[in-house]
Design a protein around this ligand. Sequence first.
Ligand code: AMP
Length: 112
Amino acid sequence: MSETIFSKIIDREIPADIIYEDDLCLAFRDINAQAPVHFLVIPKKPIAKLSDADEGDQALLGHLLLVANKTAAQEGLEDFRLNVNNGAGASQTVFHLHVHVLGGRPFSWPPG
Ligand code: AMP
């Protein structure tokens, strides 16, 4: 996978407001927040998009959700929304898998 802005954040080549890190993943605030709390949880493993993950990534994908959960609680969120954009047609712009975590305001359904 080619280098992305998120791999540069992992490598500390560009700054980010990192709120959680472990051996497998990183969570940092979205630079263009769409809610009072908006952060991204990304694997350190370079997976371009969710549909590129396979059975071998099962534990990693579960870990991302648990970190989203834990970090949302750390941010004081009780209700929150997770979003994964998969592919350009679904508004993915950075091709390094990421889970959006948004909270701090009401969310309607269906999403836009
Ligand atoms: P997506 O459209 O799902 O690919 O989301 C990519 C997200 O990355 C967008 O919400 C951007 O605002 C966010 N983003 C892009 N560059 C940065 C950055 N340097 N630091 C934090 N968030 C970023």
